[in-house]
Design a protein around this ligand. Structure first.
Ligand code: IMP
Ligand code: MG
Length: 181
């Protein structure tokens, strides 16, 4: 059984104002790169649902389509990307399209590497990665992230879509879970 964590054991890392400023910056960069070209944004469920929602509402591009993919990974200590499973497929055809994968947080990089190869197989015209948080400490595979919100050294983060055992996704700020010693 996972231990319950109270709200008091969370430390503020990124305020909702800071996050929104960054999301606007990212949207500006994407608009600059694609102008009004048709663009498909694919959010990874569940973690990226709030980030994607804020990002698309800050894009000026009128030719946006949105889809989601959901992946399940088994065991955080597992190093094999074969243990990542897609539990909800992308529904919009991606061949010949401009595609951006929108991730909440990149940790080991295994999920992103898996999704990168998976989406590449659909032969999009262009394919870029956007991640709100690039967490460096546990990186196992190198992945190129085209649009990065924040670089964070370490810590387990919750809020703004990110969860700890399905809790805290709804929090507007991003907080670090403080472990009991
Ligand atoms: P990776 O395959 O290790 O890069 O794991 C990426 C996924 O693990 C993310 O999309 C999140 O769902 C989850 N994850 C990694 N670090 C955190 C964190 O600090 N808080 C919440 N979820 C995390
Ligand atoms: Mg995720």
């Amino acid at each position: 059984m996972k231990k319950e964590i109270s709200q008091e054991k969370l430390r503020l890392v990124l305020s909702k104002e800071e996050i929104l400023r960054k999301v606007k910056e990212l949207a500006e960069k994407i608009d600059k790169d694609f102008n009004e070209e048709p663009l498909i944004l694919i959010g990874t469920l569940k973690g990226a649902f709030i980030f994607l929602a804020d990002l698309v509402r800050n894009l000026k591009n009128p030719n946006i389509q949105i889809d989601f993919i959901r992946v399940k990974s088994y065991g955080m200590s597992d190093t094999s990307s074969e243990r990542i499973e897609i539990t909800k497929e992308i529904e919009i055809p991606l061949e010949g399209k401009n595609v951006i994968l929108v991730e909440d947080i990149v940790d080991t990089g295994l999920t992103l590497k898996y999704l990168y190869d998976y989406i590449k197989n659909f032969n999009p015209k262009s394919f870029k990665i956007c991640a709100l948080i690039d967490k460096k400490e546990r990186r196992k595979v190198e992945v190129l992230i085209d649009y990065v919100g924040f670089e964070i050294e370490k810590g387990f983060l919750v809020g703004y879509g990110l969860d700890f055992a399905e809790k805290f996704r709804h929090l507007p700020d991003i907080k670090e879970v403080i472990k009991d010693e």
